[in-house]
Design a protein around this ligand. Structure first.
Ligand SMILES: Cc1cc2nc3c(=O)[nH]c(=O)nc-3n(C[C@H](O)[C@H](O)[C@H](O)COP(=O)(O)OP(=O)(O)OC[C@H]3O[C@@H](n4cnc5c(N)ncnc54)[C@H](O)[C@@H]3O)c2cc1C
Length: 312
């Protein structure tokens, strides 16, 4: 039986890991260059910069157990109850799947269920046919933005999910510098300030990730990305008398759907007649905890439905 999964973040990769591989032939479709989603890592030569979730802290026992296992595999390192990546946070996702089952650089924009079989269409009009079941693991709003073949009730449920956006500055340089990181850390212009080079114990290579104050991002979200970052640089200049672009290579990243605010009070959505499911970080909790839990429970449900099914 063939299953297609759209997206390759934690929800997708954890779903993949928990699906019964003896029963299912699984293909993951991801629009980006690799796995990770918002557990994202940029590679600058042989150095890593985590510009989404920087490290993980959780009180959830199932998620902690999963992260402890990943620490034993040396994907993470646990320090004072925080789990830090050892070689890029995106490895948390790639370590869960067989990379032969990943179709990357492929944005799915349309799905169609005809004669009990799913066909997927990518943005270059290429089609992928013959899937018996499909699972959507991308943010709720992005599901609605595409032409996906879903029941009306599912669309209504997804409309209830809301997100906070986030604007992130990723700064790096090859040589040491006298940049005063602590001044940034104290300033309420920022939601989180990450000294990425010290996280990885890099010496010469310096990199910092600045996540802007959520209220500032929300107030300016109607502006285009360039205008938002123009304002950010202007504020930094006023506050610190500093132009980051003089000292660093600066990459600007706008996350339209960074953190879940309003979630769906179910563990996942499944429609057996139409052979689809939806899991993600917006089911019964928020963010990583929800992504982990919802994907695990969706896999358990699919395994149990098709255990009974003579078709496979
Ligand atoms: C800056 C930042 C900091 C964060 N910090 C924390 C934190 O400290 N703690 C916490 O709990 N959570 C945090 N989060 C949230 C956390 O990262 C997410 O909840 C979690 O990673 C979501 O995983 P996911 O797999 O559900 O979704 P995603 O990671 O968004 O994965 C979805 C994947 O689908 C792909 N995709 C989208 N559309 C398509 C398409 N049409 N076709 C193919 N592929 C597609 C995307 O490229 C992406 O790879 C943070 C998020 C951000 C942005």
């Amino acid at each position: 039986m063939k299953i297609a999964i759209i997206g390759a973040g934690l929800s997708s990769c954890n779903l993949y890991k928990n699906l019964n591989k003896e029963k299912f032939q699984i293909t993951i479709f991801e629009k980006a260059r690799g796995t990770g989603g918002r557990l994202s890592t940029k590679y600058i030569g042989d150095k890593f910069i985590d510009h989404g979730t920087p490290y993980i802290n959780t009180n959830n026992s199932a998620l902690s157990k999963f992260l402890d296992d990943k620490s034993n595999e040396n994907i993470l390192s646990k320090i004072n109850n925080n789990y830090y990546p050892t070689n890029g946070i995106n490895k948390l996702c790639s370590s869960l799947i067989n990379k032969e089952d990943l179709v990357k650089n492929t944005r799915i924009i349309k799905t169609k269920f005809i004669n009990n079989s799913w066909t997927l269409f990518d943005e270059n009009n290429k089609t992928y046919e013959g899937f018996d079941f499909i699972v959507y693991t991308i943010p709720a709003t992005q599901i609605l933005e595409n032409d996906f073949d879903l029941e009306e009730q599912t669309k209504e449920d997804l409309k209830n999910v809301t997100y906070d956006a986030m604007a992130t500055l990723i700064c790096h340089r090859e040589k040491k510098c006298t940049f005063s990181f602590s001044e940034f850390e104290k300033n309420d212009m920022f939601f989180k300030v990450i000294n990425n080079s010290s996280k990885y114990k890099y010496e010469e290579f310096k990199s910092y990730v600045f996540h802007l104050n959520k209220d500032f991002v929300q107030e300016n979200i109607s502006l285009c990305k360039d205008e938002i970052f123009k304002l950010v640089h202007k504020k930094i200049k006023q506050e610190f008398n500093l132009d980051l672009k003089d000292d660093f290579v600066v990459i600007e990243h706008l996350w339209k759907y960074a953190f879940v605010k309003d979630f769906i009070k179910k563990d996942f959505i499944i429609n057996e007649n139409k052979a689809y499911a939806i899991c993600g970080d917006y089911f019964n909790a928020v963010n990583l905890e929800a992504a982990y839990k919802s994907s695990k429970e969706t896999a358990d449900e699919i395994n149990s439905i098709y255990k009974k099914d003579k078709k496979c």
